[in-house]
Design a protein around this ligand. Structure first.
Ligand code: UDP
Ligand code: MG
Length: 310
């Protein structure tokens, strides 16, 4: 690496991306060389089980700006990104995916916007055609739901691909939580922001790590990190049920006083008991989710461990 401090830090998490390494480095460094500012590429190997690390390591000769941070195991993309942000040295930091779904060409436009004085430049996908419908619709619903119940609004169709100045990244690094949902954290810190649009492209090589269960986990992590409405809602639901029960109870008592005892009613009783049982279990489940998060946070484990930097 050169002695000069880099102006631009590219931060890229790698998890089983052996087929994409060389193309990614080629494309990214081509664009960066055209920008003509000192740069570094911080590649975080997130416990890949294939030859990603080896490929990155071997590429260091050809790309002196490449730094390889090797995590001790797979900590997940959010943690890998955190590791990258922590060790990036540039004045502006640009997280990017290794699969070239975020076109490196856009970095030029990022820099233009930064020079206009913005602290954050977001890249908004103006199409999700590159992803299949099973991912598109849940994503859409997720953004809607998140933004309804959380005060931290996440801009729709904006991923981690963005430019942030040192100021912004330093603020992010000050947040002590170790379960890091980066999209939410990015949005939470604020700063002067602008958005540019781009075409999301198909994955160049390898396959996506986020599907089905993993996406659902991410969504739950996010909602519980950035909103306590799932906890509060039970106050409203409970109050409504209590109110209805009160009126219904009064009605039954009155009816019994006027018309005498009328025994049938087994079906309605069973229904009610089961319904309330269900509601209670759900609310306890939600409570448990939050308690679980508190438990994980109070242990204060780091969100990642670095095996070595190469
Ligand atoms: N990734 C990672 N750790 C993981 C899963 C993914 O570092 O546990 C990286 C992956 O190598 C890629 C980026 O995160 O650079 C985005 O992953 P992917 O393309 O699978 O997600 P998608 O684009 O499908 O949302
Ligand atoms: Mg991808």
């Amino acid at each position: 690496m050169s002695d000069k401090l880099p102006v631009i830090s590219i931060v890229c998490p790698f998890f089983n991306e052996e087929d994409g390494v060389s193309l990614f480095l080629k494309e990214t460094s081509r664009v960066l060389n055209e920008i003509q500012k000192p740069f570094e590429i911080v590649a975080v190997n997130d416990g890949s089980e294939d030859s990603t690390l080896e490929k990155l390591f071997n590429a260091k000769e050809e790309y002196p700006e490449l730094r390889v941070i090797n995590l001790s195991r797979n900590f997940g993309k959010e943690a890998a990104l955190t590791a990258g942000l922590d060790s990036a040295k540039g004045e502006v930091i640009i997280p990017i995916d290794a699969d070239l779904q975020n076109p490196p060409e856009l970095i030029k436009e990022f820099i233009v916007q930064w020079q206009k004085g913005f602290d954050v430049v977001l890249a908004k996908r103006n199409n999700r055609a590159s992803e299949n419908i099973t991912k598109r619709i849940p994503a859409k619903l997720f953004y809607k739901f998140h933004n309804t119940i959380s005060n931290t609004k996440i801009p729709e169709d904006v991923g981690d691909f963005r430019l942030m100045t040192r100021k912004v990244v330093n603020s992010i690094r000050k947040l002590p939580e170790n379960q890091r949902f980066m999209k939410g954290i990015f949005a939470w810190v604020g700063f002067r922001t602008t958005t540019i649009e781009y075409n999301h492209v198909k994955r160049e090589a390898g396959k996506t790590s986020f599907q089905g269960r993993k996406l659902l986990d991410l969504a739950i992590d996010d909602l519980t990190s950035f909103s306590i409405i799932p906890l509060r809602i039970w106050i409203s639901i409970g109050s409504v049920i209590a109110l209805i029960s009160f009126f219904y109870g009064s009605f039954i008592i009155l009816r019994t006083l006027v018309l005498g005892i009328d025994l049938p009613g087994y079906a309605s009783m069973v229904t009610m008991v089961l319904f309330l049982g269900g509601i209670q279990l759900i609310s306890i489940g939600v409570l448990g989710e939050y308690v679980g998060r508190i438990y994980k946070e109070v242990k204060q484990r780091p969100s990642y461990i670095i095996e070595n930097e190469y």
